[in-house]
Write a protein that binds this ligand. Structure first.
Ligand code: NAD
Length: 262
């Protein structure tokens, strides 16, 4: 199936590693002109260079902390000046810290809100008017299975991501008549470096080996394994394509069957 993504302009936030990097890579393989955003310029530049070497297509990087309104506005301006108006927006960033309700104070909630919900809203504010005007656009919000089935010890994530789902569904209904779709991808446990680090941290605090920590996660996944980051990339590329024009306002779990509800 040809996804017909050649020369579409894609902005992938949190694109220097993990799921964001994999999505940026697959979109670049499909012919998009890709801009990746993250906070650390050196990592970003290396990632952009590596994706460009692998695919031969244009990849640029823009340093941007997505918790900053000013930096988001400036980054979107830079991307638009260099590549043209944004056709595909992927809202992604790191996750908030783990912990239970009584561990967190007022400021922790603000940070989680800024990182996972407000960043999505602000990025959309920058691209939606142009997408509506051009009567074509694709917005893909990366959340988590935690928004579908809250995960113990992740109260900040469970709460902020559910907000993204409400925002996505409402915005999707408002802008569907303009040919713009808005959807969420909810990753389950995905084999990124971040997850490997988490296994190491759990191992240090519990004495259980990282291999056993991973096996514990896999035991709760009907598919019996973690997701590969590229699998998220394939789904994002489909959602970004013209072929997915009738698919909007949904949250798709890519989780090997982890979420138990129907
Ligand atoms: P990751 O830490 O590997 O990647 C996060 C990316 O976001 C990096 O490029 C990082 O530099 C960037 N980033 C972080 N904070 C930022 C900020 N303030 N401004 C700009 N960029 C920022 O994480 P990942 O495993 O790829 O996960 C991506 C998202 O998916 C996260 O929100 C995570 O919570 C969620 N998720 C991951 C998993 C998993 O198993 N890996 C499962 C469910 C949900």
């Amino acid at each position: 199936m040809d996804l017909e993504l050649t020369d579409k302009v894609a902005l992938v936030a949190g694109g220097s590693s993990g799921i964001g990097r994999a999505i940026a890579t697959v979109l670049s393989e499909e012919g998009c002109k890709v801009a990746i955003l993250a906070r650390t310029a050196s990592n970003l530049k290396d990632t952009a260079r590596q994706i460009n070497t692998a695919t031969g297509n244009m990849v640029i990087s823009v340093k941007c902390d997505v918790t900053s309104k000013r930096q988001i506005e400036s980054a979107v301006r830079k991307v638009t000046n260099k590549l043209g108006p944004i056709d595909i927006l992927v809202c992604n960033a790191g996750g908030p810290p783990s912990g239970i309700f009584e561990q967190f104070g007022d400021g922790d909630w603000d940070i989680a809100y800024q990182l996972n919900l407000k960043s999505t809203i602000r990025l959309c504010m920058q691209v939606v008017p142009s997408m509506k005007e051009r009567r074509w656009g694709r917005i893909i919000n990366i959340t988590s299975v935690a928004a579908q089935q809250p995960i113990d010890n992740l109260i900040l994530s469970n709460t902020a991501r559910a907000g993204v789902h409400g925002f996505t569904k409402t915005l999707a209904n408002e802008i569907a008549p303009f040919g713009v779709t808005v959807n969420c991808i909810c990753p389950g446990y995905t084999a990124t470096e971040r997850l490997q680090e988490l296994a190491q941290q759990i191992s240090k605090s519990t004495g259980v080996s990282p291999k056993k920590v991973r096996a514990g996660w896999e035991k709760n996944i009907p598919a019996g394994r973690l997701a590969e980051p590229r699998e998220l990339g394939y789904l994002a590329a489909y959602l970004a394509s013209d072929k997915a024009g009738y698919l909007t306002g949904v949250a798709i779990n890519l989780d090997g069957g982890f979420v138990k509800s129907i």
